[in-house]
Design a protein around this ligand. Structure first.
Ligand code: HEM
Length: 176
């Protein structure tokens, strides 16, 4: 009896895989990166600079103090890099599209700092709604942004003016 059961098990294990499309049955959708941008698709939304969550500085002085578009790019990329490497928040970031985040975060910073970009990303409430972010997570992100700005020699008062612009967004990005 034991031998028969073992033989049946062996046969089952060796049975050729059938062609059942389990992804289709379970509704699993494979997302494909755009061959040009390298980004994953997101649900459709209306692009609008108002999605950036703050009005831009007007004079151009802030953009200059952040080193123009090149300096802003260095800071936003560095912020993403620090977040992905930070054990306090890395788990939240790792599950998401870094390529898109690098682009949209740069656009948002560039737009708000008055360096002449348009922001084409989603609004803060809908892009953070499902992340379950806490105030402690936000504090970690702010520390990382301060580090990125410090490393780029952004004057301290300009750092603080930028942080003051972002502060009201905490009500949209902190969800628990
Ligand atoms: C004032 C603070 C914050 C600002 C200005 C900000 C800015 C942004 C921007 C511009 C995007 C891209 C939206 C899009 O893809 O269309 C984004 C997405 C994201 N943010 Fe934030 N963020 C903030 C706080 C946080 C915090 C505290 C966390 C977690 C620690 C976080 C985690 C993420 C993640 C994981 C995404 C990607 C979401 C996705 O791909 O669906 N953010 N954020």
């Amino acid at each position: 009896m034991m031998i028969t059961a073992a033989a049946a098990l062996l046969l089952l294990q060796q049975a050729p895989a059938d062609n059942t499309d389990w992804d289709a049955i379970f509704g699993v959708e494979e997302k494909v990166r755009d061959p040009e941008t390298g980004e994953l698709p997101v649900e459709p939304y209306v692009e609008d600079n108002a999605n950036a969550g703050a009005d831009p500085f007007e004079s151009g002085k802030m953009a200059q103090q952040f080193g123009g578009r090149e300096g802003i790019r260095r800071i936003s990329d560095r912020l993403v890099e620090l977040n992905y490497a930070d054990p306090r928040v890395a788990d939240i970031f790792i599950a998401h599209d870094r390529v898109r985040l690098e682009r949209t975060l740069f656009e948002q910073f560039c737009y708000i700092l008055g360096a002449g970009c348009d922001y084409t990303g989603r609004d803060m409430a809908s892009s953070h709604a499902s992340l379950g972010t806490t105030r402690a997570d936000l504090n970690a992100l702010v520390e990382n942004l301060q580090q990125a700005m410090r490393e780029s020699d952004v004057p301290f008062h300009a750092q603080n003016r930028f942080l003051a612009k972002l502060a009201p967004m905490s009500k949209d990005v902190v969800t628990r």
